[in-house]
Design a protein around this ligand. Structure first.
Ligand SMILES: Cc1ncc(COP(=O)(O)O)c(C=O)c1O
Length: 355
């Protein structure tokens, strides 16, 4: 199996790839509905929720748009400390919602107290926050932000992008009081791209019923009506749902806590390795991602050239994202990556760096 240390799409296990080759079923059939229900119920465990999980034939950005279209009528606060948080802000702008950007330095986590102060002042219906900024390798303190907001504005909905962390880091949707947590298939879940998942709270769904212009394809109220019949309004991504069903069995067999611990140990190892190579990490200690590490390219490594070298050994990593393109590179350790894969990567990188 090749090893892609890139933050998505990541390598997919052969059995999971194979699960997609099952013969098609009519989606309005009892056989398919049973698989859909089974996969949705297993996904609830992943999101730590007793509430619903939607399966959408789109990538994660589709659900960023769904969150804005359904859960914001007038005003939303967008917490921004990275490229993907900024995209969510742009999604709100392009949907003509009244959106206020609460910007932080990209090297700093979102500060719960500043968010609470902004929410108290601004009377927002919802706020958006990215749990795991894939551009900076920073994990935001979503639990603390949600708790701080709850004390000053209990009705403000908390909308969380967990695209590159759900399934790799523990996110307790219900216990933390989150209203929408969305993710994509091609990252920590180690599935092919094309499927997005979101846990949505009851109160978020009630809010959606009051919002006009929700659109059609991503109308959560319509999606809920169909979900209650183990289906979706339009044709589902059937092959990907076969793969999801199988992959969730594998994830639950590994054990969620074991899986989170594996990613955490991998993150720690990348941290130590970078230090040993006189390279520092972009995100501050205490807020580093469990699934992707952004390394400051202080040694001026030519990442394209490094990747040519690594590809000959069946591996690749990622350069920086957006404005960090040339100043950083990223080592993802999500999905199927094991410690021995990482050791192989480091051995190859050390060989390259010695040249
Ligand atoms: C944190 C984050 N949010 C959103 C996205 C967009 O997801 P998708 O490409 O599945 O639409 C990405 C993609 O890398 C991401 O890392």
């Amino acid at each position: 199996m090749p090893r892609m240390f890139v933050p998505g799409p990541v390598d997919v296990n052969d059995e999971v790839l194979h699960a997609q080759t099952q013969p098609m079923l009519p989606h309005r059939s009892q056989e398919f509905e049973a698989i859909f229900r089974r996969a949705s119920e297993k996904a609830q465990e992943l999101f730590f929720t007793q509430q619903r999980v939607f399966l959408s034939a789109s990538s994660g950005t589709g659900l960023q748009e769904a969150a804005i279209r359904n859960l914001v009528d007038r005003r939303v606060l967008s917490c921004v400390n990275g490229a993907f948080a900024d995209r969510w802000y742009e999604v709100a702008v392009s949907n003509k919602k009244g959106v206020e950007k609460l910007a932080f330095e990209w090297e700093q986590p979102v500060d719960p107290e500043r968010v609470a102060a902004a929410v108290e002042k601004g009377k927002f219906e919802a706020l958006t926050i990215v749990h795991n900024e894939t551009s900076t390798g920073l994990q935001n303190p979503v639990k603390e932000v949600a708790a701080a907001v709850r004390t000053v504005a209990p009705d403000t909905l908390i909308l969380v992008d967990a695209v590159s962390s759900l399934g790799g880091a523990k996110i307790e949707t219900d216990a933390w009081g989150l209203d929408m947590v969305l993710t994509s298939s091609q990252k920590a879940l180690a599935l092919p791209p094309g499927l997005a998942l979101a846990a949505v709270s009851d109160r978020a769904l009630e809010k959606a019923k009051t919002v006009e212009n929700r659109g059609w394809y991503f109308d959560l109220v319509r999606m809920e009506k169909h979900r209650l019949k183990d289906s979706v309004p339009a044709t589902p991504a059937i092959s990907l749902i076969f793969a999801l069903d199988h992959q969730l069995d594998r994830i639950l067999a590994e054990g969620l806590e074991n899986r989170f611990a594996r990613h955490s140990a991998l993150a720690k190892r990348v941290n130590e390795w970078a230090e040993s190579q006189r390279l520092s990490l972009y995100a501050p200690e205490g807020f580093r991602s469990q699934t992707v590490t952004t390394v400051k390219n202080e040694r001026g490594i030519d990442v394209s050239d490094l990747n040519i070298f690594l590809k000959q050994r069946g591996m690749r990593l990622a350069n920086g994202y957006g404005p960090l393109k040339n100043d950083t590179f990223r080592i993802a350790h999500m999905g199927e990556i094991q410690m021995e894969d990482l050791e192989e990567l480091f051995a190859a990188m050390e060989e390259y760096l010695k040249q």
